[in-house]
Design a protein around this ligand. Structure first.
Ligand SMILES: N[C@@H](CCC(=O)N[C@@H](CS)C(=O)NCC(=O)O)C(=O)O
Length: 220
């Protein structure tokens, strides 16, 4: 099989790429990054010393960055679900919303997780407070956008939704989305019902207890 995904089931960016693969039923080989699969880790570290995952191997070609993995799949392995619209102007909106979820939801959420993993005495309370403020601002902005949309970029499920699903859910676990943002909450419910994400989420279940900030009651 020519496509191989180096990933971990609990990783939000890995889920982003997996959702795209599942949406179109694209065949690929799972290369899980875990101590139980030492050879996967060794090869991953050799070919991508930056060691951020997921990465995709397409034959000899390495593709890094979850968004670029999805763009690569859309170009070389197109399926019935067009995660990047053929119309360039519509695709620009998808890419903009995709950047929003990476930069303004996932990044502050990852800050909250990274901080709790630091040794006592080396935590960054200023950075954590700032990350929480950033999430509050992002939630409020997104609520206005989602008031008139089914999916992040309009009426079609897209790459931006592949990003939104794991990032918003982990952000909600890390710094809850206030109930007043009813459009964001309704969007998150739709994302959770999407079969591609529901599958990722089920596959992450055995690892959920590893979520560093603790798993909310009922989500175990
Ligand atoms: N910009 C990267 C971010 C990927 C990323 O942050 N992945 C996390 C897992 S969700 C990771 O590699 N963490 C390990 C580390 O930071 O060393 C992308 O879009 O793929």
């Amino acid at each position: 099989m020519s496509l191989q995904l180096f990933y971990h089931p609990l990783s939000s960016y890995s889920m982003k790429a997996l959702i795209a693969l599942y949406e179109n039923g694209t065949p690929f080989e799972y290369r899980m990054l875990s101590p139980d699969h030492a050879s996967n880790y060794q090869q991953f570290a050799e070919i991508w010393p930056i060691q951020k995952f997921p990465i995709l191997l397409d034959g000899e070609r390495m593709v890094v960055e979850a968004s670029i993995v999805i763009e690569h799949l859309a170009l070389y392995y197109p399926g019935p679900v067009k995660l990047l619209p053929a119309d360039s102007k519509a695709a620009l909106e998808v890419r903009m919303m995709d950047r929003f979820f990476d930069n303004h939801i996932a990044t502050p959420q990852q800050k909250l997780v990274a901080d709790v993993l630091r040794p006592d005495g080396e935590r960054d309370s200023h950075g954590v407070a700032e990350a929480r403020r950033k999430l509050d601002t992002a939630y409020a902005w997104l609520d206005k956008v989602m008031a008139s949309r089914t999916w992040a970029a309009g009426e079609e499920f897209s790459m931006a939704d592949c990003a939104a699903a794991p990032f918003l859910l982990y952000a909600h676990w890390s710094h809850p989305i206030p109930d007043k943002h009813e459009h964001v909450m309704a969007y998150l419910r739709r994302l959770r019902q999407r079969p591609s994400f529901a599958r990722c989420w089920a596959e992450a279940k055995p690892y959920r207890h590893m979520f560093p900030l603790g798993v909310p009651v009922g989500e175990e």
